[in-house]
Design a protein around this ligand. Structure first.
Ligand code: IPT
Length: 988
């Protein structure tokens, strides 16, 4: 055999300089291995077909199962998980892995749902998270992040010790879980000796902490950074890991104005590639591994709302062309980023994104399977069901009658099965093409017609052992096949109305019965080929007897084939919106899933009774061997959402009052500060992180003595994407300053300049009150300490025009979120709150007693400068057994962005959880999905809104309502996420 013996990672670990053999669970027999072409699980080459999920972007753990089930049902065999260090650590040395932070639970669920897991544990992840996932406290470190600086490495080890231990107990190698691959670091673009030592440390740490599965790093593009020692790229510092992986987001993109910019054709990052670095060519001893491949894209503050555009742009045609190109290139593992994007709730978002992290991904933020998920199901059933695809080499070129069509012809070196990947040339050219392919296939030389229309590609099989049949070739695509006892079933599909032909080989002429549809058959006695010809319309059914096993061939147009699920290897189900599980016991097949209403149910199973979501279903046996329900499945019941009434309100910026008691606030005279932006020499360090306030809003109060110099004020501040500042003098609003959105790269710091009112010149003490809304810390994508950029005030100069800066000294005090790094509410955690007065007082919490508040109407009539709070309660009655996603909507979603009706923003608290920030004049988001578990679907809920504006006309709260974003019968059972209902010690 030409290929190398599988490189067993347990052995590789032993060879590593500082690996700890004692911790390797079962080094002699790791279940996960690889060779130069394939991942090998339990001795079998296995194609890894994965997509990304962030548990921290769905703060309702029971719903993690819903996402994992939807991924599994969409054809994936693996899920990639990022872990967010900062999500678990409010303070150095303090960690939480309970409740919504219980990572054992998500790993257990993945195992229960039958998904392999790729763990990506940082320390740095990027992920459009504030600080790229670093904890707030880390920005105060002077040691360079992502280097071998001892202070940084000691901090990283705190996290790694804990997260590695969790991951280690869920590895496939020792059978306790399904983790198959583990990532250290993410896109570390620097390859200096210091970074080399850091990478080696991360690797050794993972091994010492008991991680035995193969380890990789994710290169930001196919650059050849951190390729393993076995690579051909000459590097000063090779990667310590045994695998090379990279990410890529090729193809057309949506611009912030919702225009589509055409991108390059699908890249050949494997067998057909020519680049000297990266992928197969750079790391010839490791399989092609794309740790992130575009499954959508994120969206920016102030855009037009690009998620629908991203869902289409990286939608069905793109998936076929780009993911298909990867398969044809022999890429052994690909993971789409994101599979489910979710919600960057609270203060999780980095400045580049707003609350929604929908991403245009296959599963929408509201947990709806988009069209692209249905197509992924077809690709996934094929990619994971056809074992031959896990090991491919190039086969001899084929002849195509059209110059502008390309066919990649691959073969499995062990079985000789063929893959023909048919695409436009270049692959994204589009247009209408009808052509003939002539190929030397395992069963002879054949010519057949095929078509391409628009952005599309096809993955065809030839010379393939399809269960107990021999598939000579088919111009239809195979979705899935199975054995039902002595019978075989196969599902083929094609574009609506397109012609197709399928050729099967038999020893003698078989008996062909067309049960449904229009299918012609012809027997070629010389070749012993049965040729079926048809057009893809609806769902045709053909029964073929006379081979090794009777075959039921189902031939559908795309939409019809998309109705099929494979909940387990022995079961094929047609009809429902979603099939989650199949359990066979005592002749009964119990299915669970979701229905929108009116779907048929048809099952190919060895059982003779069927239950659906616990109900027994009356069935008849069809001619094609299935059990078919006599009546359509019922859908969800009526769901009426209450109007939001009974509002109460209270003013929320008492800090602006000159008499406000700030005696408990910290004096801002120079906190520890490692910021990349410092105040001028002699000025105090004001930035919030130095005082232990890392997220959300921060207040400053400054006292100065009135002076004729006090004419203008310049406030240098950092506030992230679309951040803002409000300034008061002696209780009166001087002005509001907003950072320009600077699409698509946000402007994160700025200088707010105001003329000071006459009052500032008057003798005596004056009080400045400043509120800075910090919309997140930068990421550290380029490993340049960008995440340490200052937030809150940086410096404040009072002077007269043309005069000396900082002429008038100011004594500053600062207050951020209650407790700073010592959280009063660790269950909701570090990202839930900032330092609004109402947050410090617990006004956002459901148990707060607002009886003393004033009755109010929404929409609000009068704009108020500063922050005003609104609260109301409402009851939900989602029918039991139904699944829904309900959202909070502001104003008219048809006006997504500026010039919106007013300059105001809202922090949206649902039952105490900050589920989003609405910025009326920035946009684009007006609808905020709230997951069940946070929302009580069968009972009482509390909505609290902190509305911040400048008091200008129009800057008042628009109408607020509840909307249904997803509603089916089915779902998983969801419990309320436990969290305190009041603050035990509301305080300054
Ligand atoms: C790459 C990151 O690895 C990932 O964390 C996320 O930020 C993603 O992209 C974009 O959503 S960054 C790469 C595109 C340079």
């Amino acid at each position: 055999m030409r290929r190398l013996a599988p490189l067993l990672v347990g052995v590789a670990a032993l060879l590593g300089a500082t690996a700890a053999p004692a911790q390797v669970a079962n080094p002699a027999k790791p279940r996960v291995a690889f060779d130069e072409r394939s991942f090998i699980i339990d001795g079998k080459p296995t194609l890894i077909w994965s997509s990304e999920f962030h548990p921290f972007r769905l703060p309702s753990p029971d719903l993690w199962r819903d996402i994992l089930q939807k991924m599994k049902a969409s054809g994936f065999n693996a899920v990639a998980l990022y872990f967010d260090w900062g999500y678990h650590s409010p303070k150095q040395g303090v960690y939480d892995f309970t409740g919504i932070r219980d990572m054992d639970r998500v790993l257990d669920m993945a195992k229960e749902e039958g998904l392999y897991v790729i763990t990506r544990a940082g320390p740095y992840v990027n992920a459009e998270l504030s600080r790229g996932g670093f904890p707030g406290w880390l920005v105060n470190q002077r040691g360079r992040a992502r280097s071998d600086d001892p202070e940084y490495m000691a901090a990283a080890d705190e996290w790694l010790t804990r997260i590695n231990a969790i991951i280690a107990r869920h590895q496939l190698n020792d059978g306790r879980g399904t983790v198959i691959l583990h990532q250290i670091e993410n896109e570390l673009a620097m390859t200096t000796p210091s970074q080399g030592r850091y990478m080696q440390h991360l690797y050794d740490k993972a091994r010492a902490d008991g991680i035995t599965v193969p380890i990789f790093h994710n290169d930001q593009g196919r650059n050849g950074y951190w390729v393993p020692k076995s690579s051909t790229v000459p590097l000063t510092v090779p990667g310590p890991q045994e695998l090379y992986a990279f990410d890529g987001y090729p193809g057309a993109t949506c611009t912030v104005h919702n225009k589509v910019t055409k991108g390059a054709p699908a890249p050949d990052w494997g067998l057909y590639g020519e680049g000297a670095r990266g992928g197969a060519s750079a790391s010839p001893k490791t399989p092609g591994f794309i740790a992130e491949f575009g499954g959508g894209w994120f969206d920016y503050w102030g855009s037009n709302g690009m998620y629908p555009c991203n869902a289409i742009q990286r939608g069905v045609g793109y998936q076929r062309v780009f993911y298909g190109t990867n398969i044809a290139n022999g890429i052994a593992a690909q993971s789409f980023y994101m599979g489910y994007g979710g919600t960057s709730w609270g203060w999780l978002p980095a400045p580049v994104v707003y609350t929604s992290y929908d991403y245009g991904s296959a599963i929408s933020e509201a947990r709806v399977l988009r069209d692209k998920a249905l197509e992924l199901k077809q690709l996934g059933q094929f990619a994971t069901g056809v074992a031959d695809l896990a090991k491919l080499v190039k086969a001899s070129p084929v002849t195509v009658s059209a110059a502008d069509v390309q066919v990649y012809h691959d073969r499995n070196p062990d079985t000789d099965a063929r893959l023909l990947f048919v695409a436009h040339k270049p692959s994204t050219a589009g247009g209408d093409k009808i052509f003939t392919i002539t190929a030397d296939l395992p069963d002879g030389r054949y010519s057949f017609a095929s078509e391409l229309h628009g952005l599309d590609a096809k993955l065809l099989l030839a010379g393939y052992d399809l269960e107990r049949q021999r598939l000579v070739y088919s111009t239809s695509e195979l979705q899935t096949s199975l054995r039902r006892g002595a019978e075989d079933i196969a599902l083929l599909y094609g574009r609506p109305s397109e012609k197709g032909e399928t050729v099967l080989r038999f020893a003698a002429a078989p008996k062909v019965t067309v049960l449904e549809g229009d299918v012609a058959s012809a027997w070629d006695a010389g070749k012993r080929d049965l040729k079926l010809t048809y057009a893809h319309n609806g769902l045709a059914r053909v029964r073929i007897e006379g081979g090794k096993a009777p075959l039921t061939l189902l031939i559908g147009e795309v939409k019809e084939a998309q109705r099929f699920f494979r909940p387990d290897p022995a079961t094929l189900v047609r009809g429902p919106n979603l099939v989650r599980h199949a359990t066979l016991s005592g002749g009964t097949l119990a299915l669970t899933g979701d229905t929108a209403g009116g779907e048929p149910l048809e099952v190919w199973t060895s059982a003779d009774r069927v239950r659906w979501n616990g109900q027994s279903i009356a069935t008849t046996r069809s001619g094609s061997g299935s059990l078919a329900a006599r009546t359509a499945l019922a859908g969800p019941r009526a769901l009426t959402l209450p109007e939001l009434t009974g509002w109460k309100s209270a003013p929320g910026s008492p800090e602006t009052d000159p008499r406000f008691d700030d005696s408990a606030w910290a004096v801002a005279s120079g906190g520890r500060n490692a910021s990349t932006i410092r105040p001028p020499t002699g000025q105090p360090s004001l930035s919030m992180d130095g005082y232990g306030f890392h997220d959300g809003d921060v207040w400053y109060r400054g006292r100065f003595t009135g002076s004729p110099e006090a004419k203008t004020i310049a406030l240098h501040y950092g506030a992230g994407g679309a951040g803002m500042l409000q300034l008061w003098l002696d209780g009166k609003l001087v002005g509001q300053h907003e950072l320009p959105t600077g699409l698509p790269r946000p402007i994160t710091t700025g200088v707010a300049e105001f003329a000071l009112p006459e009052a500032a010149s008057a003798p005596g003490e004056h009080v400045l009150s400043v509120m800075v809304r910090n919309n997140g810390h930068n990421w550290d994508l380029d490993s340049d300490e960008f995440h340490k950029e200052a937030r809150g005030l940086i410096s404040v100069s009072i002077a007269k025009p043309g005069g000396i800066s900082f002429a008038v000294p100011v004594a500053w005090k600062i207050q951020g979120k209650q407790g700073g790094e010592d959280l009063p509410d660790p269950m909701r955690g570090p990202a839930n709150n900032g330092g609004q007065y109402g947050e410090r007082m617990g006004w956002h919490l459901p148990g707060f007693n607002d009886t003393g508040w004033t009755a109010a109407t929404v929409p609000a009539q009068t704009p108020v400068p500063g922050t005003i709070w609104y609260r109301t309660r409402f009851d939900l009655t989602v029918p039991k057994g139904d699944d829904a996603t309900i959202g909070v909507q502001f104003g008219d979603p048809a006006t997504p962005r500026s010039p919106g009706p007013g300059r105001y923003r809202v922090l949206v608290f649902v039952n105490g959880w900050q589920m989003g920030q609405f910025a009326a004049n920035v946009g684009p988001q007006r609808t905020f999905p709230v997951p069940e578990g946070i929302l009580n679907h069968r009972g009482r809920n509390t909505l609290a809104l902190a509305v911040t504006g400048d008091g200008a006309p129009g800057a008042a709260l628009e109408p607020v309502k509840l909307v249904t974003l997803h509603h089916v019968r089915g779902g998983v059972s969801v419990g309320t996420v436990a969290a305190p209902t009041t603050l035990s010690t509301p305080k300054e």
